[in-house]
Design a protein around this ligand. Structure first.
Ligand SMILES: [Zn+2]
Length: 191
């Protein structure tokens, strides 16, 4: 099992390269991503592994996987998107909680456009265009950010009220920005 890479690992901050051919190596990476997502979820009873990007396994290639049913942990199937691109975003920016397998124990209230039009390749080589909204649009924007070395915390780094943790009952509790966030070198390494 490939371990999930967490902050401040520099591979989370690199720009990933395009996939030019779907070969056994790429299929193996996809398989590892699905396995790592499901294994993580087993250890996190209140959370769902909605999606993962290859840099989260330390592989800087433009591959993401998205859970086929974002509301049902019993459904363990994922769709793979290669070289996904945001064609455009639309709609009013909406704030909602976001977390990341690579940013342990931290949640944030992140504002993102409510709709996103995405273009990507499927592993069989077909090109797809997806009109997404709400949680799916948010998740895809989060994952495509990963391929560009961007984490959700970057969008809120100057907002003292945006950071949370999940308590032992599965409820969100605000973090103290000054002591737990701002100078946390795991989250924001000095340049
Ligand atoms: Zn993430």
């Amino acid at each position: 099992m490939k371990p999930i890479v967490t902050t401040p690992d520099p591979r989370l901050r690199a720009r990933s390269t395009k996939v030019s051919e779907v070969n056994d190596e790429i299929l193996g990476i996809i398989d590892d991503m699905v396995k790592a997502s499901l294994a993580w979820e087993k250890e996190h009873p209140y959370e769902i592994s909605a999606a993962m990007a290859a840099p989260q396994l330390g592989i800087n290639k433009r591959i993401i996987i998205i859970r086929d049913d974002l509301d049902d942990k019993e459904n363990n199937t994922f769709t793979t998107l290669l070289n996904p691109e945001i064609i455009r975003t639309e709609g009013r920016p909406i704030k909602d909680y976001e977390g990341c397998l690579s940013v342990p124990e931290i949640y944030g209230m992140v504002s993102r456009p409510s709709k996103a039009k995405i273009k990507a390749l499927l592993p069989d080589g077909r090109e797809v265009r997806l009109r997404t909204q709400d949680f799916l649009a948010r998740t895809l924007q989060h994952e495509i950010d990963h391929l560009n070395g961007i984490l959700f915390i970057d969008h809120i780094k100057d907002d003292p009220t945006a950071f949370y943790r999940l308590d032992e009952h599965g409820d969100m509790q605000p973090l103290n920005y000054e002591t737990e966030v701002k100078n946390n070198l795991n989250l924001f390494p000095e340049e």
